[in-house]
Each structure stands twice: as structure tokens, then as C-alpha cells.
Design a protein around this ligand. Sequence first.
Ligand SMILES: [Zn+2]
Length: 493
Amino acid sequence: MRLYDSLSQEKKEFVPRDAEHVTMYFCGPTVYNYVHVGNARPFVVSMVAKRYFESLGYRVTLVENITDIDDKIIQRALAEGRSAAEVGAEFAQAYRDDTDRLGLGRPDVEPLATEHIQEIIDLIAKLIKEGHAYQAGPDVYFKVAGFPGYGKLSKQQVAEMRHGARSAVGEDKIDPLDFALWKGTKPGEPCWDSPWGPGRPGWHIECSAMSLKYLGAGFDIHGGGRDLIFPHHENEIAQAESAVGGPFVRFWMHNGMLNLGDEKMSKSLGNTVTLREILDKYRPEALIMVFLGSHYRSPMELTPAVLEEAEQQVNRLRNVFGELADRAATGDASGVAPPGGAVAAPTGGGGPGAQAALSVGDAPGAALLERVGARREAFASAMADDLNTAAALAEIFGLAREVFAALAAGEVDPATAARIRAELGEMVHVLGLDAVAEGGDAIPADIVLMAEERQKCRAARDFSRADALRAAIAARGYEVRDVPDGYKVVPLR
Ligand SMILES: [Zn+2]
């Protein structure tokens, strides 16, 4: 497997530190409000990466922190006359509830900053003792000039960064680039006792302390959004490598940003688009599909049109699973149409006709299973190439198309249907799309194909054929409805 590392800026062969164990740390949200839908992207990327490594046979430990002490939390608490602890606890739980709805499971450890104050204090004390940090009044700062590698992740020169950097009022830093590890308390703020007086930890030190505690130095993958590269991850490297005297992580994995398709999204969904608002309107599988439809490193757009299209794709996959389940359940005695082009063998006949029908009948199933094997291989190669989920999804849809056609042609026997369903199920599981495998409300494959054909006719302005197809679909007991950005097939009552 090859994985892109943002530090060396190249794809490298991924070999974990421990032979059978993959260790990952992703930066989680600061919980001062309901999480933005953009926060769901690193969550989805990390959970899918975990599933993928597990599918390769590794044991995975994924740590994803929750920052529950921060200026924004304190501000909200003051504005609402509540304690910061109360605000932090409320929105940490809301974050867990919202991400639970994605159905991807949870990271193995979700440490809260406020529950790791001792570890943070110990790390700061070590940095001071070894000359990497200093106390200035009630605060403690990291000494950037003492870490030669500073700027290596964000590809910046210290001299240029220093140019224009300045200390805020009340900060007593030696160098304007130095950053706070410990912030002395101000009136009305929550605080903890420390060797440097009452205060609270800076944001960067929190992640270094918690990742080192749970995964140890030199763990495999540290991830988060691209916007965290500087200063957050640059500072994490400086703190952690100064403290441990060696490499902090093996791979830096940064996901691209999520753009909310200009005004369109904001208009239809309000200015702040939270994850829970999206999940109230769209199925979680559709949102996951949208995330996975772009490479994790690419920026991506989230618009109502994109989500609607993903809803259609979810329907399509659910239909394939539903159809396969139905076909698998028919047993081999009934319900299997003769293979396309083959002449049905005369019943009870033992002559050459029966022989011919049997060999022709075997061929489509075997050919289809060969296609399944080829698609699975292509799926595996896509995932092994820096988690190319977009290409992996394309294999799933390609296979779904082939299976649909074979089902519509009556070429899938029950045993083959069961096997394809299991194999396709394993593929969608890796991508966290297990819900589509539940099938349910399956629209028969040939009806879906007719509806798609009708869509093509409409696009080509062949309305008479489109109408004829609608009538044919209605005759089978289904209605094709035009909806924004596509169509929907529903059973007629
Ligand atoms: Zn972090």
C-alpha cells in the first residue's frame, strides 16, 4: 500500500511501525457548537482508513481527540452564563451523537483535553527542563529558535515567518514565533493548578501529549484537515520531537477542505451548515458517498445537487443488494429465467438439447463471477494507491451495472446471487457503506434500467420514447417521478 506523506510530499510504501498494528491519530473538533459538516470529512477519512487497514488484516488503534477547552468555548460559556465545562460537555456529546449517525463506528480512543491535564503538564515540564520551553510571567512558551526543523511541514523559512510576526498584548515572549504551551488564567476563566500557577493548556500541546500517551513516539499516521498544517501540526512536531528526541510520526495525512458550493448551499441550508442539518435532510450513506467520491486530499464541493445525486447512487446500490437478496432467496428450483439467447431445454429430456442448455446456462454465472473478481482486484488496487476511494467507488458502481444487466437478463442463478451479494458486501463495508447492503424496497433491475433509458431519452429530447418508457414502467406497477437533479422510481399504490 502506498500512502502520501505531506511532510516528504511524496507517496511512500506504507509499512507500519509494528508489524501487525497500525497506529493513527486524527485531530478532532473543538466543541463550542454543533460540528460543521466539514468536520465530518476527517472523521470519515479516518474511519474509512481504519476499515481499510483492518481489511488488510491489521489491528488498528485510531485516536481522535476532542478539544473541550478553548477560547471559543469560554466565550460561549460567558455569553450564556454557563461554565465552560458545561458547554464543552454538551457539544462533545452532540459531536458523538452526530457522528454516530454516520454509522461508521467510533475511533478506539476519544480523549478529552480536560481529562489529560496531568499528561500535558508533564510534557511541558519536560520541555522546560530540557531547555525547549520557558516560563514568562503566568505563561509558558515553546522556544521555536531551539528547534532546527521548525517550518519543515508547512515548508516555510523561520526568517520569513518571523518577518511580520508579533506578540499579542500581554504576551511576554522572547521571540514572536514562540507559542503558548500553558496560558496563565484570566478572571472568569476555568483553570487548573500547575507548577507555573493556575492556567490552562494551549491547543497544540494537547495533541502532542495525547498522541504520545496513547500511541508512543514514531506512530504511523497523524491526520487532520489541511488547514491544521500551520501552525497546529508544525507546532505539534516541534513540541513532540523536542521532547522525544526523534521522529514524531511516520506519515502526515491531510484531507482537503470542503467548500459549500457558493451561495446555493448556504441559501438552501442556512449559513452555518452543521452535520446534523445535513443528516436531517439526507441519508448518511449519501454524505459518505459524496466524501468518498473525491480523493481525500482534493478540495471538494458540497451542494444540494451533489447530495441529491448521491441519494440516487445510494438507491441504486440498495436496489442491487435487494435484487440479489431476492434472487438468492428464490432457490434453484424456481424463478430463474433461462439464460439470454439459450433455448430452454425440453423438460424431462436427456438429449443433446438439455446438454447444450446446461453449458450455456453455466457460462453467464461463471463469466459474471470472473467480472466480480476483476472488479475486486481493481478495487483493492485503487485503495492501495493512497486510498483512492473515488476509483474504488467507481469499481463498485461498475460492478453494480454489470450485475443489474445480468439480473435483468435473468442470467444470475441463486447461488451466484448469494455469492456476489457477499463479495459486494465486503467492498461496501470497507467504504463504510454497510447500510446500502441492507437492500430493501428494491426496485426490479429492469425497471431501473428502463427509468435510466427514459432519462437518457429526455436528455436527448426524444420525448415520445421517454413517454413510452414511462407507460411501460407504469404497466409494471411503478411510477417514475422527476425530482430536482434526477428521477425517483416508486411503487404505484
Ligand atoms: Zn490536533
